[in-house]
Design a protein around this ligand. Sequence first.
Ligand code: NAG
Ligand code: NAG
Ligand code: NAG
Length: 341
Amino acid sequence: MGLGLKLTVVSLASVLAALGVYFYRNKKKEILIIPWRWEEVGKLTRLNLYPLKSGHRIELNQAEATEFGLRQTKEDEAVFQLRDRCLVVYSESDNEFRTARTYPKMVLIDVSVHDDQYLAVDAPTMRTLYVKIPESDDKSKTLVRLHKGEEITAIDCGDEAASWFSRYILEKDVGLRLGFHDASTRRDITKTHKTILDYYVNLTNYSTGLYSDLTAVLLLSQASIRDLNQRIGGSSVSVDNFRPNVVVDGAQLEAYAEDNWEWIKIGDVVLRNVKECTRCIMTTVNPENASRSSDREPLKTLEKYRMSNGPSSLPTMGINCEVRKSGLIKVGDPVYISKAE
Ligand SMILES: *[C@@H]1O[C@H](CO)[C@@H](O)[C@H](O)[C@H]1NC(C)=O
Ligand SMILES: *[C@@H]1O[C@H](CO)[C@@H](O)[C@H](O)[C@H]1NC(C)=O
Ligand SMILES: *[C@@H]1O[C@H](CO)[C@@H](O)[C@H](O)[C@H]1NC(C)=O
């Protein structure tokens, strides 16, 4: 290396250090900018994975944060690792997705890994359904429509799963089907989510999860939940009503501090806040018994002081993040943040 080049490398490094950023190459060899300086704000207190969109959570002690969101680790599930929102229920007649917004009892559906070939699906009053872990072949490939007409690829899980979900959710023999995402393709939200992309300028295709409403990870602080509960008074809403993947808490943490975090670092993982999370009627469904709150809480209180200025006219709670750098995260890990330079 010539002296001139060495000097260039040294001065480039000092310029970047002064800017407070460094560059990181991800698996796809894209060069990404990551901040340099971090400030500890609390600890990771909960890690939740929702294998089925609208289904019940799996609480984890550790998870792999991938570019599509959380995934079980080989320590937890040696034979097959479930990913967050890798399953979706959809209508047989028009391929439109179905959620607990319309069918609250969906929040009680549990999915787990049975063995190297089958997933087990359970719900109250139902016998266990064993779903063969789908392999991609063109016969069973379809497109499921989510919000704003966005079509997402799915592998259909077969007739037995279809009748089990129709029975439990509709109390009919047919009508619904189950779709699986193998994380081999990324969503394209450029046409369907134009208004949203125009407003949230840091949101891109790269921010998306599998069948999540939009992004790979939803982060929420326990401090925000405490403040909300004080405002509601009486009833106590759980953080699980908001279905976050990552919950952060800390003695010094102020309520809604996460709104202003731009970058979040947990272990080796770097998340980036790309959007406030707008909240709907789903938050009024009790995640443990599927009953809808009679007074529309917590949405009613949120509407009084947390309305978004964005295109949705909904209140916000928590932040939608993309995974900028993947890796392992564990409950108890310190959480660091970096604000925009
Ligand atoms: C989003 O993905 C589509 C298809 O993969 C691609 O054509 C488009 O350029 C991407 N847009 C952005 C902003 O990444
Ligand atoms: C988008 O990212 C830029 C660069 O990191 C940052 O300065 C800006 O505050 C972000 N904008 C929003 C709305 O988050
Ligand atoms: C569900 O749980 C909530 C909170 O514990 C309780 O208020 C409600 O009555 C329960 N609903 C049913 C149907 O058990």
